[in-house]
Design a protein around this ligand. Structure first.
Ligand SMILES: [Zn+2]
Length: 494
């Protein structure tokens, strides 16, 4: 669809007329004639009625008015009245002011194709900034502005969604509070853990790397255990998913693959972004599922902010009307947009089927084992390297070799080529896991729902569906949407 900006511009630039009337000259005129002057938005009315001594009869009726056009914009009563007085005494003189010229940059008017003398019944006004345009729009819509007695219809040419200042203020407050909380929590964990690790390295003897590794393993197990119950709730609100169709379905699906589900939560992710997700956590027989409210179309507050009807349970998403080629595209009304966010219940179950696939296929355990093996290897190499003085001298530490600096140098700099290779291998593995989890959901009979859910999620998460293969191979832990859809579809046809 073309916007009006891309069209040929016609019409004249509006002259700038910021200069107002000379008030002293106006006052002199009023003193001389005894007329009144009434200035309102859009009009200056001189007389009407005139002073008694000029005219005291009835107000003149139809046929007594004369229209004078093409008056220069910088002429006012002080010059016009003496001019028009020459033709006879005046009942009133109404000088029409342009109430919209503030910030007006351009007026774009189109002719009718068959009759160049007529316009097409609409025009575009372009203002220097959004504020002037909004002001002019309000005035035009007030009903006071009429064109030859006809009210005008006003709409934004390119509809703009205006940010709500209240929401913006809240968002800033939320962001700052969040940043402070994050900093405090990180320090509370990082400081004691690092100090203890340094202490263990110091007193651990020749085999300190084993103790250091055991220590970090313990710390990560503790963090995984307490994270969901004690840390994540500091940042976001978790509420149990209420009893209902969705919860019943989730529970029976978990049961069907013997997933030891204990609780289902909804997290208020919509406060942060429109990104949606689902995950599970917990050890052994105590597993919990967390759904982002943005994933659930019946819960997402983002739906409630849209047009009426959106977000009400049971309402099917309204299809976006196709742009019919015949309609006048210059009638640039706001098209009803499908703002609906999130998935319906069968799609949510398909997404969960994928997530539970990760569990059933042991992906979570495999990832933990790999990361712990890697961590052990790193501590072992660290033990080999920490005694090398040249590492420290290379970074300017000639006289002493602080362990913390050693950790930084070895883990950040020495291991960085290795880390690149490792992260590439993990990315490849993760993509394999994603395909396997999709296949798992497909085998649960959820191929069609997962197909549409993936498309919706990609749209909600503002994902870009096309990826260069090399970029995607290096960076994407999840396969690009089209590849996943192809894999699902290919299998569906078998
Ligand atoms: Zn996955």
């Amino acid at each position: 669809m073309k916007t009006y900006r891309q069209r040929e511009k016609q019409g004249n630039k509006v002259q700038e007329s910021t200069k107002g009337p000379d008030e002293s000259k106006i006052k002199a005129l009023l003193d001389r004639t005894g007329y009144t002057l009434d200035v309102t938005t859009g009009q200056r009315k001189y007389g009407g009625p005139p002073p008694e001594e000029i005219y005291s009869g009835q107000q003149p009726g139809v046929g007594t008015e004369v229209f004078v056009g093409k008056i220069p914009r910088d002429l006012y009563e002080d010059e016009l009245v003496p001019l028009f007085e020459k033709a006879g005494s005046i009942w009133d003189l109404r000088l029409m002011m342009d109430p919209l010229s503030e910030g007006l940059v351009d007026v774009i008017l189109y002719h009718q194709p068959d009759d160049k003398k007529k316009n097409r019944g609409f025009c575009f006004l372009e203002y220097e900034d959004h504020k002037s345009a909004a002001q002019a729009r309000r005035r035009l819509m007030s009903g006071k502005v009429k064109v030859w007695g006809n009210p005008v219809t006003v709409e934004w040419a390119d509809p703009v969604e205006e940010p709500d200042p209240d929401i913006m203020a809240k968002t800033l407050g939320f962001f700052l509070k969040d940043a402070v909380k994050k900093f405090v929590v990180t320090q509370c964990i990082l400081l004691p853990v690092t100090s203890l690790l340094l202490y263990i390295i110091k007193i651990g003897g020749d085999y300190f790397f084993i103790y250091a590794w055991l220590f970090t393993l313990g710390v990560s197990l503790v963090l995984v255990t307490i994270y969901a119950d004690y840390i994540a709730p500091l940042f976001d609100k978790f509420t149990p998913l209420p009893d209902g169709e969705l919860r019943g379905n989730i529970e029976s699906m978990a049961k069907s693959i013997s997933f030891p589900l204990t609780k289902v939560y909804v997290v208020e992710g919509s406060k942060r972004s429109s990104h949606s997700n689902a995950y599970f956590y917990g050890f052994f027989k105590n597993k919990r599922i967390v759904l982002f409210d943005t994933l659930l179309e019946d819960y997402s507050p983002l739906n409630k902010a849209g047009e009426p009807g959106a977000g009400e349970p049971g309402l099917e998403p309204q299809p976006v009307p196709e742009h019919s080629g015949e309609s006048d595209s210059t009638e640039n009304k706001a098209k009803p947009k499908n703002k609906k966010q999130g998935c319906n219940n069968p799609e949510i179950l398909a997404v969960l089927g994928h997530e539970l696939g990760h569990w059933k296929l042991g992906h979570t355990v495999k990832n933990i084992v790999i990361s712990q093996m890697n961590s052990f290897l790193c501590f072992f190499l660290f033990a080999v390297l920490i005694g090398r003085k040249e590492l420290f001298t290379a970074f300017g530490f000639y006289d002493n070799q602080p362990t913390l600096i050693g950790l930084m140098i070895i883990f950040q700099f020495i291991f960085s080529p290795y880390n690149e290779v490792l992260s590439f291998c993990l990315t490849v593995l993760s993509r394999r896991f994603e395909f396997q989890a999709d296949a798992f959901a497909r085998n649960m009979g959820k191929a069609t729902e997962l197909y549409s859910a993936l498309i919706k999620l990609n749209k909600d998460n503002l994902g870009f569906p096309v990826a260069d293969w090399l970029f995607s191979m290096w960076h994407y832990s999840h396969p690009p949407l089209l590849e996943r859809l192809r894999a699902l579809k290919g299998a569906k046809q078998d």
